[in-house]
Design a protein around this ligand. Sequence first.
Ligand SMILES: [Zn+2]
Length: 655
Amino acid sequence: MTTTAPATRTSSSAVAGARRFAGTVSPSSSTLTPLDATEIHLTDGFWAEKQALNADVVLRHCEDWMERIGWTGNFDRAAAGLGDPGTPWEHSGIEFVDSEVYKLLEGMAWELGREREPALQARYDALVDRVAAAQEDDGYLHTSFGRAWQRPRWSDLEWGHELYSMGHLLQAVVAAERTGASPRLVEVGRRLAEHLWSVFGPEGRVAICGHPEVEVALAELGRALDEPRWVELARLFVERRGHGLLGQIEYGSEYFQDDVPVRDADVLRGHAVRALYLAAGALDVAVETRDDELADAVRRQWEATVAARTYVTGGMGSHHQDEAFGADHELPPDRAYSETCAGIASTMLSWRLLLADGDARYADLIERTLLNVVLASPREDGRAFFYTNTLHQRTEGVEPDEDELNARALSSLRAPWFEVSCCPTNVARTLASVEQYFATRTADGVQLHQYGSYDVDTVLDDGTPVALSVTSGYPLDGRVAVTWRGDVDREVELALRVPSWADGSAVTVALPGEEAGEAQGPTIVVRRRFSAGDVVVLDLPTTAEWVRPDARIDAVRGQVAVQRGPLVLALESTDLPSGTVNDVLVDTTVDPVTTPAGARVELSRSRTPAGGWPYGRSTATADPLGSVELVPYATWGNRGPSTMRVWLPVDDLEA
Ligand SMILES: [Zn+2]
């Protein structure tokens, strides 16, 4: 178990003598060791701006919305009614809105771990107090169940989300414990975990929650509090799933992964967020219990899912009706569900696999998903979000009412808040801790997995300090400079990931005092005795390239996408002289031209056959549109209502 101590109530900037504390994931053993949360800091540029937007706007936005519509007030009403559980009060929102308050608390705690800003600490403490006041004497804490006028506790495991909500509370507790942000919330978590152990532990009820989440939370709580029982409870929940414990529902038991035991399954299936949270929790359990068979099952499921059930953006989930993975290669762009939370859950899973195995492909998917799914969700002002992330918007959206709740799958334009609002708070907690995905260490050195501008100040197992600064205009500019800020008194390794999108491109690396030379992926390892001022420069060509789909992805056969470095690009009608993206054709005989923020391609517009019947022997002809700009997919929809597409039909109508 981890031996890290909570931080003191001071700023935890990376200065000598600062207290160290673990981040979101801290396995007891791994190939790569995550840096402590205090050992990596975004400095400026792209990612620092995203994190600042989160701290300054998104956290407050979530807090204000939940206050205004009474979701936070549920805790006050529950606390007031503790002595009289028989008198009804009005519960605001659907039954699992507690979880959104918890994700906000988690995001706030990671921010406080970075900088103990008094105003944020006061807001956080006030929120913790309101949550803590609603906890019942036996440790149970949920505002939607168990009162005389509500449904009984644990009476709706299929849909009630009780354990799911509590899982998010326990993840907030992990953040509170590791950052030292709130001993009070940690105590709430201890009492809740004891309660869950008595109800669902080895002597308790053999049951699971319809929405996995408590597994990944309990495993990390066990690590954070050095309490093996919470890992054991996570293990029990993982092992019980797949045996039909949950009742039959219209989508089948695959919907909540209760169809096949985790260790026997070959691919992720059913509701995408549920499947991904479960896989992340199963891997944590496998790591802590040295269960190689279970870990292999998760690896196998990741492989099969990435090979046939993942969008070019990294998005997962192609069914709107059940928010589920489709069959292999069923990846329709205009019906992509690709929930923001699924992108976050996929990143959580890939990070755990990366720590366990050190395989750069996991970091590749994290990069693709963070830049093209997770960052697609927040509007550029941080006050509205995509819940689903379609790859083809056929109709112009209607601007959502900025003061009203929105339906979840309204993907035409970002909305300020949803009736089911899992995504905004998930974005908030992810951006508050995003730099933790960027680098790791081993006994021999450090590994840089994601690029941007950040400082690493860590200490290897033998006490060797490593201090370096990474600077890059990533993701638009692929030049990455790594500057050593101190002498190292022995040979150490610096490992740099070469993203898979750079395969076959002219990747170069320049070592201190040497000319740049060609380099090959997936990882460049530089081993030497570095001195202060040494600079290693990796140059990744972020020129725009065509991307072609596997022919089995029928929905986009005969179409191409354009990727510029790690960024998937999109055509938005805002950039067309007139009209829609729905009838464009692209000329692939002319290569895309890289531009400062995207790329330009040669387009034409198809002329539909006369007569109104869209099928026939003859093919349509095309009118040239000329060279048109494509923008990073994650930025679409920021300029008002538009149509948009990632995949462009190839102009071969006469072929
Ligand atoms: Zn969501």
